[in-house]
Design a protein around this ligand. Structure first.
Ligand SMILES: NC(=O)c1ccc[n+]([C@@H]2O[C@H](COP(=O)([O-])OP(=O)(O)OC[C@H]3O[C@@H](n4cnc5c(N)ncnc54)[C@H](OP(=O)(O)O)[C@@H]3O)[C@@H](O)[C@H]2O)c1
Length: 255
């Protein structure tokens, strides 16, 4: 039986990816901080499910998690845990922001490195890093750190993918870059979307199709693909100004 690890599986995109992997016949290892949520998800799944609670803002917890799963035959890793913060850079809380960088970047970096070594050795395995369409933009005023963290995930993943291609490895790495998805993301970031999001179910299904087709950058929804293409050719200062206007519409209770 194939085994997958999904981080941030207690809600949103991660929970849907875990459900989808279970329906594809995987044993799923689900991780997040909220044990009650993970238990509720596990009770729905058909195949063997392993729950491991971990706070991925803590590097020691990342190493502990890897140590617990490394001999469980994991062939799919979904680095999905993450969150956002909204506000002017000088206003947002520094400690929360650093914690965000630990989850969005350091944990993704650690698991990408440790698992890609295993997968290269076995010449098989898939890593899906959950980035964001934010990572395809030159920046995101009012969500500066979040956009920068996702640009890191996109850049890291694309470089590793090219290294794997150049050496003919069958190990594979992809980055998922959705636009807005209807999840608990907004409650955590204390914002509301300026445009309607896609469902987490659609996002998960699209992501896994792209992952198993070995696509490096996976952008669900035609609208976001178009936006990403436009951003590549538009002047950066115009894109940054437009992004700031879009972000300002997300601020809840704005005056
Ligand atoms: N929703 C969107 O519009 C959107 C768009 C593009 C990209 N994304 C990305 O998609 C990913 C999933 O987000 P979502 O939209 O599904 O939001 P969500 O519903 O809030 O889920 C976030 C998940 O991350 C976990 N998490 C957060 N901090 C953690 C920590 N310190 N340690 C361990 N787990 C942690 C949460 O679990 P616990 O709280 O239980 O620990 C939860 O399971 C994120 O990387 C996000 O940046 C979201």
């Amino acid at each position: 039986m194939r085994t997958a690890l999904v981080t941030g599986a207690s809600s949103g995109i991660g929970a849907e990816i875990a459900r989808r992997l279970d329906s594809l016949g995987f044993n799923v290892i689900i991780t997040a901080r909220r044990a009650d949520r993970l238990e509720a998800l596990a009770s729905e799944l058909k195949n063997k499910t392993t729950i491991i609670t971990a706070d991925l803002s803590d590097r020691e917890e990342c190493y502990r998690l890897y140590g617990e799963v490394k001999d469980m035959g994991v062939s799919v890793v979904v680095n999905n845990a993450g969150f956002g913060l909204l506000g002017n850079f000088d206003d947002t809380d520094l400690e929360r922001e650093l914690s965000m960088l630990d989850v969005n970047c350091a944990a993704v970096h650690i698991f990408s490195k440790l698992f890609i070594r295993d997968f290269i050795r076995r010449d098989r395995g898939y890593i899906l890093n959950v980035g964001s369409s934010a990572g395809l933009m030159p920046g995101g005023p009012l969500m500066a750190s979040y956009y920068a963290s996702k640009a890191y995930v996109v850049s890291l993943t694309q470089s590793i993918a090219e290294e794997l291609r150049a050496r003919g490895s069958k190990a594979s790495i992809s980055v998922l870059c959705p636009g807005p998805v209807e999840t608990e993301f907004n409650d955590v970031a204390n914002c509301s979307f300026a445009i309607k999001g896609i469902s987490a179910e659609f996002c998960a299904e699209y992501a896994l199709k792209g992952l198993f087709a070995r696509r490096t950058v996976i952008v669900p929804s035609a609208g976001m693909k178009l936006t990403a293409a436009a951003v590549r050719v538009a002047p950066r200062n115009i894109v940054l100004r437009t992004a700031r206007t879009m972000q300002s519409k997300k601020i809840k209770d704005r005056v």
